[in-house]
Write a protein that binds this ligand. Structure first.
Ligand SMILES: Cc1cc2nc3c(=O)[nH]c(=O)nc-3n(C[C@H](O)[C@H](O)[C@H](O)COP(=O)(O)O)c2cc1C
Length: 363
């Protein structure tokens, strides 16, 4: 299914960037989960552009849950969230006609939908749709939090500027989830923001690498082979616009290690089994081992740049050039972080429901 993902908990996304509404349908939620509007609003705020590093299209993200909730709790039937689009400005795009924007889904959407697609602002492929993903992810995050499972993501590197990795994972997750610009080291945060601003002054954009941690997942969750924790998380992560790479544990850095160094030594104490390193990122054979799940996500530079680029007019089938107008972030990585947290929450909710049953999240 093109717009639906998940087994025991499924999410369907709908809407276009410049249509009246975007939204999500969650099917498979346990009955009785309290809808935490503070958390939903907080996560939507983290996704919204802010400050000098954000686009001028700042939507209020007013959402409405139109089904699946009664007296503040989930009923267990499909839950539909609607988010109104209020700041669309299609004139920015009409001026461009059918000139394809490099780095966007304009050409591929045209090939698939034969020109019937609403291309304004990227239509169904727009980063705007991630607001619905985050609202849905916030509901899953709230349910996971009630099971003492927390998720956090920071910018690990951007244009060669590097933040420190996770250290005290539960404290780091709590800290980073309060930051609109998610970087641990203040000097690294400052340098990254400067880099984004300087790219913006040149009409350009930057990307970077996110690092995520999940704390509190017990051992034994996940399926062998095709529904491994890595497979499902990657599937969901690659659905996020602008994500171009995912690695678990040491991932691609593993080539520098010998097997004797890469293996995580196993110990046990009164509390249970643990490993003294976590090079495998908390996953063995696709199944959680009880250590924190650690992964990285590569986010490409925002495709809408204001410098002139070669492209084509698809209606005339002529070579031309394009200079993007409209409102765009010089970097989206600091906003993408909460989208990463959201899809992670949805996948873990799904896997836990598969392991322990769909009523697992009932209070
Ligand atoms: C939260 C978020 C916001 C985004 N905002 C913008 C934006 O303002 N301008 C833009 O050009 N791309 C933005 N993108 C990225 C594009 O939507 C994406 O690169 C494009 O649809 C092509 O998809 P692909 O990069 O996965 O191939 C955003 C992505 C995310 C995750």
């Amino acid at each position: 299914m093109k717009n639906t993902f998940g087994n025991h908990l499924s999410i369907t996304l709908f809407g276009e960037s410049h249509g009246p509404y975007i939204g999500a349908v969650l099917d498979g939620l346990a009955p009785g989960i309290t809808i935490d509007h503070v958390l939903i609003r907080h996560m939507l705020t983290l996704r919204r552009p802010a400050g000098k590093t954000g686009t001028a299209r700042v939507e209020e993200d007013r959402y409405e849950i139109v089904s699946g909730v009664y007296q503040g709790k989930t009923t267990g039937t499909p839950l539909c969230i609607l988010i109104e689009n209020t700041k669309q400005n299609s004139a920015d795009y009409d001026k461009e006609g059918r000139v394809i924007r490099p780095g966007h889904a304009d050409y591929t959407a045209y090939c698939k939908y034969h020109g019937f697609e609403d291309y304004h602002g990227g239509g169904h492929f727009s980063g705007r749709i991630t607001a619905a993903l985050v609202a849905a992810g916030a509901i899953a995050s709230g349910a996971l939090r009630d099971k003492n499972i927390t998720i956090g993501t920071h910018i690990l590197s951007l244009q060669g500027i590097r933040d420190r990795s996770f250290e005290d994972i539960p404290a780091d997750i709590a800290y980073i989830n309060e930051q609109t610009f998610p970087v641990f080291h203040p000097a690294a945060a400052e340098a990254m923001e400067q880099e984004i601003l300087s790219a913006a002054q040149r009409g350009d954009s930057v990307g970077g690498t996110l690092e995520s941690a999940v704390y509190g997942m017990e051992a034994g969750v996940g399926e062998p082979w095709f529904d491994s924790v890595e497979s499902l998380l990657s599937h969901a992560l690659f659905s996020i616009p602008a994500v171009k790479g995912v690695q678990f544990g040491l991932g691609f850095d593993g080539e520098q290690y010998y097997g004797s160094e890469y293996n995580d030594p196993i110990r046990c104490d009164g509390e249970g089994v643990y490993t003294t390193t976590n090079h495998n990122g908390g996953i063995g054979g696709g199944i959680t081992n009880g250590m924190p799940i650690i992964f990285r996500t590569a986010v490409k530079p925002t495709p809408s740049v204001f410098v002139k680029q070669d492209s084509i007019d698809i209606d005339r089938m002529e070579n031309t050039s394009v200079q993007i107008r409209g409102r765009h972030d010089p970097a989206i990585i600091h906003r993408a972080r909460v989208v990463v947290d959201s899809v992670t929450a949805l996948v873990l909710y799904d896997l836990l429901s598969g392991r322990f049953g769909t009523d697992y999240f009932m209070p």
